[in-house]
Design a protein around this ligand. Structure first.
Ligand SMILES: Cc1ncc(COP(=O)(O)O)c(C=O)c1O
Length: 385
């Protein structure tokens, strides 16, 4: 039985929720249960935990799920083989052919591709809308709208949407609100507490935190939704292996410390970029002139480690800057301890080309890591100059 972890602070939950020492051996760290199946004492005689087959459940994965549920303040969590596997299960668990989904006008390219190129073939309709504009969201709701899918802050333009207002609008419409909390993490933002029905994570990013594992998660306090997600996951088998679950759990223990440092370094980087003659715009919710600044201050603890900026001179100039950084590694993904730089239009968001989600070609995205902040600033300045 899981501990009641709700009385513990965030950092304590990250280290102990679902991770009490193994009662049999005293192992302080949750073992990697590298097994596909579990012995039964007579047919149906399952031992402690009720494990029978690792596609359905595995103790290392259970520990990760209990920790993630506790960190997001939800009753249930399910871990997946990737963030996209979690997205697929969430969308297919909540819709049927003929249903309608609302998606933000700025969102991860893979999520857009899943909806636009895969789920539409199964009869799902969708509309993209600026989720920061609650009137536009209400106007986009149709009788068959079943899901509002929201990233906040958004990938890659760092837009901010009002989670509580979206939760009201979606509840009135009889739809479910999903918040992709990958950028903010549960340390900076708690969507379930603001009325969201489901939180989605690419645990590949900040939760894992070390760029060494791919994974995803769905967290909810809705028993029925969780049951339908678990049924679908077990039916299709989109589960992480025990070693992946262990790596993610190990990473998540230090999430709070890492996020503080990611935020510190992002703020230093933003300070250096704003007003730089080679930069035409900096996208960061921590900036006082960001349209979502006040809202982010209310619904987030800090403003996060992701920063985007537009380079004077357009795409060619942006690509040249991305090629000149030495510490910022040119690569997709985000949320690891090391700093990364990428060109969303050509890389993570290439699948949005020609769609309303297309990213301006002069934009570069930074995942600001936890290195020495002065070194990071210096690296960007030399690449710009
Ligand atoms: C905001 C966001 N959501 C979901 C995903 C998909 O996660 P994964 O790559 O783990 O499948 C990503 C990946 O970049 C992402 O940035």
């Amino acid at each position: 039985m899981a501990d009641d972890t709700s009385r513990w602070g965030f950092e304590t939950r990250a280290i102990h929720a679902g991770q009490r020492p193994d009662p049999r051996t005293g192992s302080v760290i949750v073992p990697i249960y590298a097994t596909s199946t579990f012995a039964q004492d007579g047919v149906g005689g399952l031992r402690e935990g009720g494990y029978e087959y690792s596609r359905t459940a595995n103790p290392t994965r259970t520990a990760l799920e209990e920790a993630l549920a506790s960190l997001e303040g939800g009753r249930h969590a399910l871990a997946f083989a990737s963030g996209m596997a979690a997205s697929d299960t969430a969308l297919r668990g909540m819709t049927r052919p003929g249903d309608h989904v609302i998606l933000g006008g700025d969102a991860y390219g893979g999520t857009f591709r899943l909806i636009d190129k895969v789920l539409t073939l199964w009869g799902i309709e969708y509309t993209t809308v600026d989720l920061a504009d609650i009137h536009a969201v209400r106007a986009a709701i149709r009788p068959n709208t079943k899901v509002i899918w929201c990233e906040t802050p958004t990938n890659p333009l760092l837009g901010v949407a009002d989670i509580a207002a979206l939760a009201d609008a979606s509840a009135e419409a009889g739809a479910k609100l999903v918040i992709d909390n990958t950028f903010a993490t549960p340390y900076l933002q708690s969507p379930l507490g603001l009325g969201a029905d489901v939180v989605l994570h690419s645990t590949t990013k900040y939760l894992g935190g070390h760029s060494d594992v791919v994974g995803g998660a769905l967290i909810t306090s809705d028993d029925e939704l969780n049951e339908s997600f678990a049924f679908l996951r077990n039916s299709v088998g989109s589960v992480p292996g025990p070693f992946d679950a262990y790596l993610t759990l190990r990473g998540a223990k230090t999430l709070a410390l890492r996020m503080e440092r990611h935020c510190d370094n992002a703020e230093r980087v933003v300070e250096a970029l704003v007003g730089h003659p080679k930069i035409t715009k900096v996208y960061y919710p921590g900036l006082a002139d960001h349209p979502g600044h006040e809202l982010a201050g209310k619904q987030m603890r800090r403003y996060g480690g992701m920063v985007s900026f537009a380079v004077a001179g357009g795409e060619e100039a942006a690509l040249a800057v991305a090629a000149r950084t030495k510490l910022f590694i040119l690569g997709e993904s985000l949320g690891g301890v090391e700093s990364l730089i990428e060109h969303p239009g050509r890389m993570t968001h290439a699948s949005t080309t020609g769609s309303p989600l297309q990213v301006p070609s002069d934009v570069l995205r930074l995942s600001v890591g936890i290195e020495d902040g002065a070194d990071l600033v210096q690296d960007l300045l030399q690449a710009l100059d």
